[in-house]
Design a protein around this ligand. Structure first.
Ligand SMILES: Nc1ncnc2c1ncn2[C@@H]1O[C@H](COP(=O)(O)OP(=O)(O)OP(=O)(O)O)[C@@H](O)[C@H]1O
Length: 263
């Protein structure tokens, strides 16, 4: 596995007035090029902080962070980041929201025709055809997530970071969107880092699952998920082996959930 992201002995402390918050402690981990990595852990253990570091939105306190073998300095323009917050622009239509990254220049600078084609392809891929002219307030929660996903994928980033993208959705819709995400990702060779509280979701989607301890977040366990692909999130939980993965990961997670959770 060639690493695309490398966290070497990373610690991160936040200062809030006189208070110090030790978010991460000596985290060493790699994300393989083309891998789907899930990160689980109790609330407040530093999962979003890890994604913020990977996106170059903040710097590690100590330790080294490499992207494709080079130290990351500044914002990482090779990644797309779906944060927990829904940040669709309310005054733009679905189509204009999704097209936003295409207007930002860099390698996304495309001709008019290619731009229109790529936009239409992406809208179709996430099942939003017919809703191009709608505003975010006119969409359901699931549709807004789809629009966010399309906006992140439209400029074809090498790495997609997703912070609990389906956390607030009902169980059925979550399964539908997991299936769509897998269909969109499988076979692309792109890297996906996915933070979730849901162990079943982590096992269903990921090549590897990292379990973090309660704050300060450390890597507590790493499990390679050898379930076959393509996967169907509706049925994969009934595959032989799924239960064993669940039991092992849950026993790593359980004690920290009870003692350290802020939820
Ligand atoms: N900018 C900041 N300033 C101060 N403290 C912060 C900042 N960002 C994060 N923290 C603190 O660092 C800790 C880790 O936060 P982080 O958001 O990474 O956790 P998380 O595992 O993603 O949590 P959750 O699962 O609840 O989203 C928390 O205690 C949080 O309050």
């Amino acid at each position: 596995m060639t690493p695309i992201l490398e966290f070497h002995d990373i610690s991160k402390v936040f200062f809030k007035g006189s208070q110090q918050i030790h978010a991460l402690s000596q985290v060493t981990a790699e994300v393989g090029d083309g891998e789907l990595l899930a990160i689980v852990g109790p609330s407040g253990c530093g999962k979003s902080t890890l994604l913020n570091l990977a996106a170059g939105l903040m710097k590690p306190g100590t330790g080294r962070l490499l992207y494709r073998g080079h130290p990351l300095t500044g914002v990482n323009t090779e990644v797309a980041y779906i944060t927990q917050k829904d940040n669709l622009l309310p005054w733009r239509t679905v189509e204009d929201n999704i097209a936003l990254p295409l207007g930002l220049g860099g390698r996304a600078r495309l001709g008019k025709h290619e731009r229109r084609e790529r936009l239409a392809r992406q809208i179709e891929l996430v099942g939003l055809s017919g809703f191009e002219k709608h505003y975010p307030s006119e969409l359901s929660g699931g549709m807004r997530k789809r629009a966010q996903l399309a906006r992140s994928l439209v400029y074809e980033p090498d790495v997609l970071l997703m912070d609990e993208p389906f956390g607030a959705l009902d169980a059925q819709l979550k399964l539908v969107l997991q299936a769509e995400l897998l269909r969109t990702w499988e076979g692309t060779g792109k890297t996906l880092v996915f933070v979730t509280h849901d162990l079943t979701e982590a096992i269903s989607l990921a090549d590897r699952v990292i379990v973090m301890s309660s704050r300060p977040g450390r890597i507590k366990a790493v499990e390679r998920i050898e379930l076959p692909r393509p996967r169907d999130p509706f049925t994969i939980r009934f595959e032989p082996g799924f239960g064993e993965y669940f039991d092992r990961l849950w026993s790593a997670l359980r004690e920290d959930i009870h003692q350290g959770s802020e939820a």
